[in-house]
Design a protein around this ligand. Structure first.
Ligand SMILES: [Zn+2]
Length: 479
C-alpha cells in the first residue's frame, strides 16, 4: 500500500540518528489529528487544518466515515535535509512516507514543498487507511483510484473541486500503451504492474481514470455500478467476482471506458463545503527531550532501523520513566524485533504510569490474552479503561465481547459488542475473527465458518490472510 515510498526508505536506513539538544519540536493537537513539527506552531496548525478540511469533505461529500481506532500522527518537517535526523535517510528527495502500525499511523509532510504537492502523498495514504477499515480488501485499482482522486482534491475555498486530473496521469494516459481492462481489474499487490516503478505509472493513471469514470463520468450515470460493486464486496464476494458482477458485460464496459479516456475530458465535481476553523487556535506545546526521543524511536521502529529504534526507546525511557509515550516507543521497538513478551512488559509499564493512550491499555490486554490461563478479570478491566478513554475503540469492543462471553457464558452480550465493532469498521478482519472465536466457544460450527469466510474476504495483504488461516486452523482444524 505504501509501495515504493516506504520500500525506498527502508533500503537506505543504516546510520544511527542523533538528537540535537538545540532541536525544537512542537506538537499541535486539532480535533482529529496530532501534528508534530520542527517548524513553528503556525505551520503545525496549517497542516492540521488541511487534514481537518479533507476530513470534513470526506464526511459531507463522499459520506465516508473518518473515525479510526489508530490515530494519525502527522510529522511535518521543514526541509529534506532533516530526513537524516528524523529517519536516518539520505534521500533528501523523498516526498513523504507513511507507516501503519497496531498503535500508531505515521505520515510525513514536507513544509518546503508547495501546498498542492505537500499533501498529495499524505492524503493518498490517509485514504488507504479509511478504505481499509471501511471496505477491507478493496480491488487494488479502486483503492488506488480513490486515493488518487481525493489526494488531488482542491479544498482551499468554500467550493471544493474533486476529480481534477493530475498532469502526470494525463501524460500517462496519452503516451503509454494502456493495460487491458481485464488486466487492470486483476492487478493485486504482488503484480508487476503495481510493484514496478515504471509500470506502476500506467496502472495508477488508469486506476484513477476508471474510478473517475465510475464516480463522475457521464454526469454520474455509472455510479450505480460502483454502488453495486461495493454492495457485492459487502455481501462477501471476492474483489474479482464483485467487479465482474457490477460491471456486467466487461467487453462492452471496456469500450465505454476507452471512449471516455479517448475524449480526454475529465469533468470535476464542484461541491459546497464551507470552510471552518477546526484547527484555529489548536493547542500547541514544545515536546520535551524525552518525547523527542520517543518520537524518533517510534519512527525508527516503524519505518527505519529496528536496532536504532530499540536504542532510542531505551534512551527515551531513561530520560523520563513516567512518560507513557516512551514506554509505547519501547513496545513498538520490541514488536518490531518480534519479541512479544518484551512488548507486553513495555505496555504494562505504559499502563502502570497511567498512559492516556487507549491503545496502551488495549495492546496490553490483547497480549495478555496469549496466555492459556489469561486473567480475564484483569483483561476486561484493561479493555474497560481503553473504552473509557475512547468509547468507539472498535478493537476493544470486539475483544471485550469474547472476554465477557468467556467470563459469564453470555454469548448474546458478546455478539452485541462485536457487532458494534463491525458497524464501526466493516472492513476490519479482526472483528470477524472475534466473532468466529465466540461462535467456536459456543460450539456453533455454522456461525464459526460464516465468520471465518467473512474475515478471509476482508483480509487485506499476506499478513492478514495468514492470520485468518492460522485462526481457522485453530478453530476448525483440518485433519
Ligand atoms: Zn496507494
Amino acid at each position: 500500500m505504501c509501495g515504493l515510498v516506504c520500500a525506498a526508505v527502508a533500503a537506505v536506513l543504516t546510520v544511527a540518528v542523533t538528537v540535537d539538544a538545540a532541536e525544537t519540536w512542537t506538537e499541535v493537537r486539532s480535533p482529529n489529528f496530532r501534528v508534530i513539527t520542527n517548524g513553528n506552531a503556525r505551520q503545525g496548525r496549517e497542516v492540521a487544518a488541511s487534514f481537518e478540511r479533507l476530513t470534513a469533505v470526506l464526511q459531507q461529500v463522499a459520506k465516508i466515515s473518518t473515525r479510526t481506532d489508530v490515530p494519525l500522527t502527522i510529522i511535518a518537517i521543514q526541509h529534506g535535509k532533516q530526513l537524516r535526523t528524523l529517519i536516518d535517510s539520505d534521500r533528501e528527495d523523498l516526498g513523504g512516507l507513511f507507516a501503519a502500525g497496531p498503535d500508531a499511523n505515521l505520515v510525513l509532510v514536507r513544509l518546503d514543498f508547495d501546498r498542492d504537492l505537500r499533501y498529495q502523498i499524505a492524503w493518498h495514504e490517509y485514504m488507504h487507511v479509511l478504505v481499509h477499515q471501511t471496505i477491507g480488501a478493496a480491488p487494488v485499482w479502486l483503492n488506488e483510484g480513490l486515493a488518487e482522486m481525493y489526494s488531488q482534491a482542491r479544498l482551499d475555498t468554500d467550493d471544493v473541486l474533486l476529480g481534477m486530473p493530475a498532469d502526470y496521469h494525463l501524460a500517462a494516459l496519452q503516451e503509454r500503451s494502456l493495460l487491458s481492462l481485464e488486466r487492470l481489474l486483476a492487478v493485486d499487490h504482488g503484480s508487476p504492474e503495481y510493484t514496478e516503478d515504471n509500470r506502476a505509472t500506467t496502472f495508477y493513471a488508469q486506476s484513477w481514470a476508471l474510478t473517475h469514470f465510475l464516480v463522475l463520468g457521464d454526469n454520474g450515470a455509472h455510479r450505480p455500478r460502483l454502488m453495486a460493486l461495493l454492495e457485492a464486496l459487502d455481501a462477501g464476494a471476492t474483489p474479482a467476482d464483485a467487479t465482474r458482477r457490477a460491471l456486467g458485460d466487461v467487453a462492452a464496459f471496456d469500450r465505454q471506458f476507452r471512449a471516455y479516456i479517448g475524449r480526454f475530458q475529465f469533468p470535476a465535481l464542484k461541491a459546497r463545503v464551507p470552510l471552518s476553523d477546526a484547527a484555529k487556535g489548536a493547542p500547541a506545546r514544545p515536546l520535551s527531550p524525552a518525547e523527542v526521543l520517543a518520537l524518533k524511536a517510534t519512527v525508527a521502529a516503524m519505518v527505519g532501523d529496528g536496532a536504532t529504534g530499540t536504542t532510542l526507546a531505551a534512551e527515551a525511557v531513561a530520560a523520563d520513566r513516567t512518560l507513557g509515550e516512551a514506554w509505547m516507543a519501547q513496545a513498538r521497538a520490541a514488536r518490531r524485533a518480534g519479541d512479544l513478551d518484551a512488548t507486553e512488559r513495555a505496555l504494562a509499564q505504559a499502563v502502570s504510569v497511567g498512559s492516556s493512550d487507549p491503545l496502551a491499555h488495549f495492546g496490553w490486554a490483547e497480549l495478555r490474552m496469549r496466555a492459556p490461563d489469561a486473567p480475564l478479570a484483569e483483561v476486561s478491566a484493561a479493555l474497560e479503561r481503553a473504552l473509557a478513554l475512547k468509547p468507539d475503540l472498535a478493537r476493544a469492543l470486539s475483544l471485550l465481547g469474547v472476554v465477557r462471553a468467556a467470563q459469564d457464558g453470555n454469548t448474546t452480550r458478546g455478539v452485541s459488542l462485536i457487532t458494534q465493532a463491525i458497524t464501526l469498521e466493516p472492513g476490519n478482519a479482526r472483528h470477524y475473527l472475534m466473532l468466529a472465536q465466540l461462535a467456536a466457544n459456543a460450539r456453533d460450527a455454522a456461525s464459526t465458518d460464516a465468520a471465518l469466510a467473512r474475515a478471509d474476504r476482508v483480509a487485506q495483504g499476506p499478513d492478514e490472510k495468514r492470520q485468518v488461516a492460522a485462526v481457522r486452523q485453530q478453530l476448525r482444524p483440518t485433519p
